[in-house]
Design a protein around this ligand. Structure first.
Ligand code: HEM
Ligand SMILES: CC(C)=CCC/C(C)=C/CC/C(C)=C/COP(=O)(O)OP(=O)(O)O
Length: 306
């Protein structure tokens, strides 16, 4: 046993992207140059959200340990491979969760702490212990927790005091919410035998591969429509819009090709693209918000100060 065994419990790569979407929520909530307070709330908010997501991921390992041993993709995790005991994982997860809440309550604000706690419980308990085994719509409903981080980031800066804070932040949440089904079902198609063996009612197991492929295409088209909304709402500019449309067109192409895939591995290519897509889409939001104003002849933040 060493600290190296604890690191994978935090699902580092998934949580890295989650933290990035929270960072974009933080940045978009700051209208001009950040004040010292924005920076303090931003850094502490990000730290708290990261620790909460890592705690939720560790609880997911704990609750799923008996099904993880049955699936090829998950059987080498620290609990099924007996590198750690359930008690060690529980202490680790609760410690991360407690530190996260202390940081958010003391250093940020109550609303951010409350929303982050709700996301932690939503993923670690509601999704993992209940929804995952209850319905093939598990990841659609459970996806709300994974989609929340831009809202959590936004709340760290603003405290969600004005109605448009909710409207703008929830648009970003909606994007990740609609992105989750194509992201996960592509992987679930490839791993359907694993899920069937572990008796987890994922869509390709309960409704078949063809039906799941159609759902992926429908959600991907819906996703492209939803990603236009930040531009329609005046929250992002044409640079973002162009990026979103190009990335979206490629995603639709992948989802279309998945209807008659060249081989079994193609679903995994769709899954991999879904990750590149979300990373790039949120990078476009960020660049559009902060870099582009500086490329104008007179940067707006400078004008503010004249
Ligand atoms: C209910 C919602 C979600 C479900 C069911 C889901 C499911 C999965 C699964 C099963 C994997 C494979 C993990 C592995 O092999 O260890 C995965 C990978 C990944 N997911 Fe998700 N996911 C969800 C939401 C999200 C969200 C919200 C993000 C980020 C914003 C995300 C980002 C990623 C990334 C970056 C990977 C690749 C990890 C790697 O390469 O090791 N996922 N997801
Ligand atoms: C506080 C906060 C922001 C919480 C969000 C938590 C979080 C880590 C969400 C990620 C979603 C995810 C990886 C789901 C896969 O779970 P799975 O059990 O279906 O996949 P697995 O079989 O790989 O474990």
């Amino acid at each position: 046993m060493s600290w190296a065994h604890y690191w994978p419990l935090t699902k580092p790569r998934v949580v890295a992207l989650i933290v990035f979407t929270a960072l974009v929520g933080i940045c978009l909530a700051i209208p001009g140059l950040p004040t010292a307070e924005d920076l303090r709330h931003g850094v502490l908010g990000l730290l708290g959200i990261w620790l909460a997501a890592a705690s939720a991921a560790a609880i997911n390992h704990l609750i799923d340990r008996r099904i993880d041993v049955l699936m090829a993709r998950t059987q080498h995790r620290p609990l099924p491979s007996h590198s750690l005991t359930p008690r060690q994982v529980l202490v680790f997860a609760l410690s991360l969760g407690a530190i996260s809440m202390a940081i958010l309550i003391i250093g940020v604000n109550w609303i951010c702490a409350l929303l982050t706690f709700a996301s932690l419980i939503g993923y670690a308990v509601v999704y993992t212990a209940w929804l995952k085994h209850a319905t093939p719509q598990n990841i659609v409903i459970g996806g709300i927790a994974g989609a929340a981080p831009p809202l959590l980031g936004w709340s760290a800066i603003t405290g969600m005091e004005r109605p448009w804070d909710w409207a703008h932040a929830l648009l970003l949440v909606l994007i990740i919410f609609v992105w989750t089904p194509p992201h996960f079902w592509a992987l679930a198609i490839f791993r359907r035998a694993d899920y069937a063996k572990a008796l987890v009612p994922m869509l390709p197991v309960t409704h078949g591969v063809e039906y799941t492929r159609k759902q992926i295409l429908l959600y991907t088209i819906l996703l492209v429509a939803v990603t236009v909304m930040p531009w329609v709402a005046g929250m992002s500019g044409v640079f973002y819009l162009g990026g979103a449309l190009v990335l979206g067109a490629v995603f639709v192409w992948y989802a279309w090709k998945l209807q008659n895939p060249p081989d079994e591995l193609f679903a995994m290519q769709v899954f991999k693209y879904s990750i590149i897509y979300l990373m790039a889409l949120f990078a476009f939001l960020l660049i559009d918000h902060w870099l582009l104003p500086w490329l104008q002849p007179v940067p707006p933040f400078v004008m503010d100060r004249v």
